[in-house]
Design a protein around this ligand. Structure first.
Ligand code: SF4
Length: 354
C-alpha cells in the first residue's frame, strides 16, 4: 500500500474517533512524558486518574525533581511497576542538572535521559517536537503485523528491526505526533488482540491478515512467559502501639516501597513450618512472639509473578533483639508510607489501626 494512503487513512480515522484524553490537549513534553510512562502496562481509565494526580502534585519538572523519592512512590502506589516512578524521578533530576530544566527536543538526546527508552523518546519527540520518528508499542506491533502480515517475532532482535524499519517508512512526515497516536489508538480501539473490530477498521481493504484469515496468528511471539509463584508470610509484629516495617531495598519487585518483615517460600506452608523455619528463629529466637492470628491466603497477579500472601499477627514483649533493619512505626503511620497494593488492600479490609 502507498505510504501516503496508509497514513492518511489512519489520520482521518483518528480525527473522528480519538478519545478525548487530558494529555492530548497539550504539547508540553513534561506532561507527555508523564502520560506515556503512566500508561505503560496500565489501562487508560486507571492511568488517567494517576496522570491527573501526578501533574497536580508535580505541575512541572522542577517540582518533580525536588520531591523526595518516598513522595513520588506514595503517589504511584497501586499503579505497579514502581521502577517507572523511580526512573521518572531520576530523569527529572537529570533534566534539571544537565539541561537547566529544559526538555531535550531531539529523539537522540531524549534517549540519554534515565528511564527514557526508544518508545518513550519517540512518543515525546514526535508529539512535543515534531520529530519524524515512529513510536512502536504493543498496539503498533499488532496493527502492522496484521496489515502487512509480518511473521517476524516481535520479541526477537531481528523482528524488532523489521518493525522499526516498516514503521519509520510509513510515518507521516507532516504530522508524526498525530500519526503515532493514531496508530496506537487504532490498535487500542479497533485492532484489539482478540476479536478485532475489522468491519469498522479503516485498513480493512488493505489488511493482508484479514484477507488471508491469519489475524489470530499475529503478531508472532517467540518466547512463552513463565509465571513465578511466590508465597509471602507477612509478619505484623505488634509492640505496644507500634508495628515494624521494612523498606524493600533489593533488586526485586516493589523496590523502595515499604512492607512488613516477611518469610518467603515457594509453596504454601502450614503454621508450624513457618514458626520452625530458620527465618523465624532468626527473628524471634531471642524475643519470643505470641501468634494471634493468621489470615486467609490472598493473592496478587503481576505480569510475570503471582504473589500469595498470608498476614501473621503477632505480639512481642521485648523488641531488643529484633533485626536492626526493622523500622518501628506507630500503626497509623503506615498509611503515609508507599506500600504494595496487596498490603494496602489487606489493611483496608481489616480496618487496620482503627
Ligand atoms: S482489518 Fe482487522 S486485523 Fe486488519 S488491521 Fe483492521 S482490525 Fe486489524
Amino acid at each position: 500500500m502507498n505510504t501516503f494512503f496508509f497514513s492518511r487513512k489512519i489520520l482521518n480515522w483518528y480525527n473522528i474517533n480519538k478519545r478525548d484524553l487530558p494529555w492530548r490537549n497539550t504539547r508540553n513534553p513534561y506532561y507527555i512524558w508523564i502520560s506515556e510512562v503512566v500508561l505503560q502496562q496500565t489501562r487508560v481509565d486507571q492511568g488517567k486518574q494517576y496522570y491527573l494526580k501526578f501533574i497536580d502534585s508535580f505541575p512541572d519538572i522542577s517540582n518533580l525533581a525536588t520531591a523526595s523519592e518516598d513522595e513520588v512512590l506514595k503517589l504511584w502506589q497501586g499503579l505497579g511497576y514502581y521502577s517507572r516512578a523511580r526512573n521518572l524521578h531520576r530523569g527529572a533530576k537529570q533534566i534539571i542538572e544537565q539541561h537547566k530544566g529544559i526538555f531535550p527536543d531531539k529523539y537522540s538526546e531524549l534517549l540519554k535521559i534515565s528511564g527514557i527508552g526508544p518508545y518513550t523518546a519517540a512518543a515525546i519527540a514526535s508529539i512535543a517536537f515534531n520529530n519524524t520518528v515512529a513510536a512502536i508499542d504493543g498496539n503498533v506491533y499488532r496493527v502492522l503485523s496484521r496489515v502487512f502480515e509480518v511473521n517476524d517475532a516481535i520479541d526477537s532482535g531481528a523482528g524488532k528491526k523489521t518493525f522499526e524499519k516498516l514503521a519509520n517508512k510509513l510515518i507521516d512526515k507532516n504530522e508524526p505526533g498525530n500519526y503515532n497516536q493514531a496508530l496506537m489508538e487504532l490498535g487500542a480501539l479497533i485492532c484489539k488482540p482478540h476479536n478485532p473490530d475489522c468491519k469498522n477498521c479503516p485498513l480493512q481493504n488493505n489488511c493482508l491478515a484479514y484477507k488471508n484469515k491469519t489475524i489470530n496468528t499475529l503478531p508472532v511471539k517467540s518466547k512463552k512467559t513463565l509465571i513465578r509463584h511466590r508465597y509471602f508470610y507477612y509478619l505484623i509484629i505488634n509492640y505496644e502501639e507500634c508495628v515494624y516495617v521494612k523498606q524493600r531495598t533489593e533488586n526485586d519487585i516493589w523496590k523502595k516501597l515499604y512492607d512488613f518483615p516477611l518469610i518467603e517460600s515457594t509453596k504454601d506452608l502450614p503454621a508450624n513450618a513457618i514458626t520452625q523455619s530458620a527465618d523465624w528463629i532468626n527473628i524471634f529466637g531471642q524475643s519470643p512472639a505470641t501468634l494471634n492470628h493468621i489470615s486467609e491466603l490472598v493473592n496478587h497477579q503481576l505480569t510475570h509473578q503471582k504473589i500469595y500472601a498470608r498476614f501473621i499477627h503477632l505480639t512481642i514483649k521485648n523488641e531488643k533483639y529484633l533485626p536492626a533493619n526493622f523500622i518501628k512505626i506507630n500503626k497509623r503511620d503506615i498509611f503515609g508510607l508507599a506500600v504494595p497494593k496487596i498490603i494496602e488492600n489487606y489493611l483496608t479490609k481489616v480496618s487496620f489501626a482503627e
